[in-house]
Write a protein that binds this ligand. Structure first.
Ligand code: HEM
Length: 193
């Protein structure tokens, strides 16, 4: 396992991490600056159109180098199954973020963006952080603590629980946003002549 090809691939793997996760952090930083009123909304959208390409490139490099790394290692333990779930989640979430990005592209002011779209954007960013940090932590544990980790006993149960928790959070948020909108519409109807 600890051969020259393995280390070359590991180096490229970490290069992909710098590229992809670095771009994620830049995007999120701009989002935070917008929330704190330090940058304007169109600037956030412009920056994320560029960082999006870096994120996909980094993710692609991680997958393209991760597969041969795994083949050289020759063992998929339970924790690796959880890592692969996180990697797939990053990809799926990236596709959803892309669709949301296209929706907000036309808005000049952040406050004009519908609350439901803002909620989905924030939720997507949360999912992205959980999945990147999860995959990062598991990669670190495998490399520096123990190379084979047969934990949890059932990776599918943990994966199912994480997926269920995220789905519940998303559904709860959608319901709350919808309720707020209906209350606001009722108020407008009452005030309107
Ligand atoms: C977002 C995606 C990914 C992240 C953030 C990530 C992160 C990491 C990190 C931080 C390391 C340790 C590097 C070191 O300290 O030297 C690592 C190693 C490794 N990664 Fe990934 N990785 C990702 C995707 C993948 C994929 C898709 C695979 C395989 C299909 C994979 C397979 C491996 C293997 C085999 C190692 C060597 C350590 C070991 O598991 O024994 N990685 N990864």
């Amino acid at each position: 396992m600890e051969t020259t090809p393995f280390f070359v691939l590991l180096f490229l793997h970490l290069g992909g991490l710098v590229l992809g996760f670095g771009a994620v952090l830049v995007t999120d930083l701009y989002g935070l600056l917008w929330i704190r009123d330090r940058v304007r909304f169109p600037q956030v959208v412009r920056v994320s159109s560029v960082t999006e390409k870096f994120i996909w490139a980094g993710w692609g490099v991680m997958v393209a180098t991760g597969i041969p790394l795994l083949l050289l290692k020759g063992e998929v333990d339970n924790l690796m199954a959880v890592k692969i779930f996180f990697v797939a989640l990053i990809g799926l979430n990236g596709l959803l973020l892309r669709a949301l990005h296209d929706k907000v592209r036309g808005y000049e002011q952040g406050r004009d963006v519908p609350a439901a779209v803002l909620f989905r954007l924030s939720f997507s960013l949360l999912v992205s952080q959980i999945a990147w940090w999860g995959a990062l932590l598991i990669g670190f544990l495998h490399r520096h603590v123990q190379s084979v980790i047969e934990w949890p006993d059932s990776p599918w149960l943990l994966i199912g629980l994480i997926a269920a928790a995220l789905l519940a959070l998303w559904a709860g948020g959608e319901v709350l946003v919808r309720r707020k909108r209906t209350a606001a519409e009722d108020l407008v109807d009452e005030v309107a002549p």
